[in-house]
Design a protein around this ligand. Sequence first.
Ligand SMILES: [Zn+2]
Length: 165
Amino acid sequence: MNVLLLCTACGRPLSEPLRLLPELPARPEYDGRKNSDGSHRAPSTVPRGTYAVDPEPSGAPFVPHPDPEWAGAAVPGVSMSDPDGDGFLMSAGPRDTLVVHREDTVGFLASNPAVEEIGCCGSPGLEGPNRVCPGCGAEVATLFADCSGPFETHFLPDAVRVTPV
Ligand SMILES: [Zn+2]
């Protein structure tokens, strides 16, 4: 069954029709090829026309991990050392975000003017929701599209409504 993601606030469609995957696929390694926009990041985690629910916390805010020996990633593939301590930061962002291929959101989302971020090849996604609904301006998603991290758009679970097409 195909669904659309609609803006909770105003009802505007925010994606192409999507089919739910049973689980989030393993994140692909960077394969050395350029993407369609010329960047050098890993291929998208989910294929076109699909979405998956990420049970793990995703994105900002980032907080110190309680175990100073822990050396995991804040965003998959991206470690962030704690600027105020010895350990590393972990995501304390929302769970159950909806992971979508970036190209299934082209024309449906606008950049968030309140978020300033500097990436190498694209949006790192570390400063909070960097995509808004173009209809009402609600913060709806975070695009991760830099070369050092995953290639995923994560919709905030409370910001979208899943509706059968
Ligand atoms: Zn809206």
